[in-house]
Design a protein around this ligand. Structure first.
Ligand SMILES: CC(C)(COP(=O)(O)OP(=O)(O)OC[C@H]1O[C@@H](n2cnc3c(N)ncnc32)[C@H](O)[C@@H]1OP(=O)(O)O)[C@@H](O)C(=O)NCCC(=O)NCCS
Length: 136
């Protein structure tokens, strides 16, 4: 049975493998070995995985610092896409953010990634913003 649960240490290998498959071009700082411990140190209850038995088949990381909610690392293993798991992950994370008082959620999609249709199905809209970033 597929379910969305809060991340636990036993999920590490599966999550690492999922992110390597889903985000092959991500820089080393986004790998599970770096970002999972960092997330657990700050908001351990906002990292979620979709599991089927012992197998990790999806992930989502939510973030809320009191102003705006963010979603990161939304991924479903290639073999299990199209079953509604991505939707379940986003809805689970949205509920967790809402429970903390979060009123708005944002997310970033890399240029060229054809998943905007997925988020549109879940009610997300394009917003006229320019994304800026800096390594510190
Ligand atoms: C995006 C992703 C998480 C979607 O997961 P999924 O489990 O296949 O999605 P779901 O089955 O829950 O789909 C939910 C709805 O979105 C639609 N959908 C899914 N992917 C879509 C796409 N690429 N374009 C348009 N619609 C899409 C589905 O048809 C479904 O519509 P329905 O509710 O009318 O049936 C998955 O494709 C993925 O992991 N991609 C690679 C990693 C990635 O790029 N993540 C996003 C980073 S911003």
């Amino acid at each position: 049975m597929t379910q969305v649960v809060t991340y636990r240490d036993e999920h590490f290998a599966g999550l690492d493998a999922l992110w390597r498959e889903a985000f092959p071009d991500d820089p080393p700082r986004n790998r599970a070995a770096v970002s999972v411990p960092a997330k657990l140190a700050e908001q351990p209850d906002l990292l979620f995985v979709a599991v089927d038995g012992d197998e990790v088949i999806g992930s989502i990381m939510a973030d809320y610092g009191g102003h705006r909610g963010w979603l990161y690392s939304v991924a479903v293993s290639r073999a299990r896409q199209g079953e509604g798991i991505g939707r379940a992950l986003v809805e689970h994370a949205e509920a967790a953010l809402k429970a903390r008082g979060c009123l708005k959620v944002n997310l970033q999609v890399r240029e060229g990634n054809p998943v905007t249709g997925f988020y549109a199905k879940l009610g997300y809209e394009m917003e006229p913003r320019t994304d800026m970033g800096k390594l510190i």
